[in-house]
Ligand binder design. Structure first.
Ligand code: PMP
Length: 407
């Protein structure tokens, strides 16, 4: 990959040439092709969708529905199985709340110890409200999902298994397809919900192949705008999902006596969506596809290996890296601690002294940090197509400076 050319796709690097952005797990940078599409909508056919009988509205509606086609094709899903939301968090909450009426106090719901709060709290809350049993599958010492123990938690009363495809802390890639098959062998009625927030920008997703029931991701992790998410669900399950948002555009008929809802996917898309964002998402997906996921993965593995080796060579036993050692089992993030330096201090000094942007804290995974990793916080670097080995060199140099200052 020609990274110098890729960097030129982003105005942010033109404005700030020294920026080393190593926080793509939190949000990816947005290429000009995507911001241009956002502007195209506002400047050329700014209108609400599916309402006006005039040219701009028709064009906006066509572009919006084109994005649905692009997403459906990207996921290998049917058109009506793609619902636009405001992000992964919204998608997962819509699933959990929408399933409430299908859960009773004899059921159980299984999640994993490596979930982001967005795929943990909605299920915990659902169990609290319905008195279903909330079960958390553990991870092994090397940061892998303990699939044997997970399978032991699945029984004839397991209604839902909600799990992340890739951990935003450990980088662990969970074997979703294989797990789906094994879970189905134990209970064919267990609904499998996949949080693809961290995998969507790094590997090819194929919902038909994986055979999950629901899947959620945010466009802002895939070169797209913030405020746009996707909720994929198998048609049969989306049809049974209670819409938690009701209002404009999702109805068939409203009388003072009752309301009937429209067909999929519209019944789950109440109100005016982030029209520009959804429209620009087609460009974000085209951009990701222009590299090809094999190339993206190859590049990411190279950076992961280079960064891990450099951290160990330079800091030895002082650095603790969380997650699997085998790079083939992990995706684009490395979370670490360095001596007793507080991760927030590490991130602040890196920014201040070297213009290196990394993340620090619990990364919305408090149970994982406090109960499993037994650490208060970690620092995290994460990579995307615009990162180079030189970025990692700058980060390592910066980290040496941090160590000097804090020691
Ligand atoms: N799940 C995972 C694994 C994530 O990394 C994130 C974002 N950090 C989310 C869910 C939530 O995504 P969003 O904030 O875009 O809703």
């Amino acid at each position: 990959m020609d990274i110098d050319a890729i960097k030129r796709d982003y105005d942010i690097f033109t404005r700030d040439e020294s920026l080393i952005y190593l926080d793509s797990c939190a949000t990816s940078l947005t290429p000009r092709i995507v911001t241009a599409k956002l502007l195209e909508y506002y400047n050329s056919y700014n209108a609400n969708i599916a309402r006006g009988a005039y040219k701009a509205s028709t064009k906006a509606t066509e572009e919006f529905e084109m994005s649905r086609k692009v997403v459906a094709n990207f996921l290998n899903a049917q058109l009506e199985e793609v619902v636009f939301t405001s992000g992964t968090t919204a998608s997962l909450n819509m699933i959990a709340h929408g399933l409430t009426s299908q859960i009773s106090n004899t059921d159980n719901i299984v999640v994993t110890a490596m979930e982001h709060h967005a795929n943990f709290i909605p299920w915990q809350q659902l169990c609290e409200h319905t008195h279903a049993d909330f079960r958390v599958a553990p991870i092994t010492d090397d940061g892998l999902l303990d699939t044997d123990q997970l399978l032991e938690l699945i029984d004839e009363n397991t209604k839902i298994l909600a799990l992340t495809h890739v951990s935003n802390v450990l980088g662990t890639i969970n074997p979703i397809k294989e797990l789906t098959q094994k879970v189905r062998a134990k209970n064919q009625n267990t609904l499998i919900v996949v949080d693809a927030a961290q995998s969507v920008a790094h590997m090819k997703l194929d919902v038909a192949d994986v055979d999950c029931d629901f899947l959620a991701f945010s466009m802002h992790k895939l070169f797209g705008p913030t405020g746009v998410g996707v909720l994929y669900g198998k048609k049969e399950h989306l049809e049974k999902l209670t819409p938690i948002f009701t209002g404009g555009e999702m109805i068939q008929e409203v009388t003072t006596a009752c309301t009937t809802f429209r067909e999929l996917p519209h019944r789950l898309e109440a109100g005016t969506p982030h029209i520009a964002g959804v429209i620009a998402s087609q460009e974000a997906i085209a951009y990701a596809k222009s590299f090809g996921f094999e190339k993206i993965r190859e590049h990411e593995k190279e950076l992961l290996t280079y960064c891990t080796n450099n951290l160990v060579e330079n800091f030895g036993d002082d650095i603790k890296i969380f997650g699997p050692c085998d790079i083939s089992l992990r995706s684009g993030a490395i979370s670490f601690t360095l001596k007793n330096h507080h991760p927030h201090d590490i991130a602040t000094i890196l920014d201040d002294k070297k213009n290196v942007a990394i993340r620090a804290g619990q990364h919305c995974a408090m149970p994982l940090h406090l109960e499993t990793l037994k650490t208060n916080a970690t620092a995290r670097v994460s990579f995307s197509v615009y990162n180079t080995k030189a970025d990692i060199d700058a980060f390592i140099d910066g980290l040496k400076k941090v160590d000097e200052i804090l020691s």
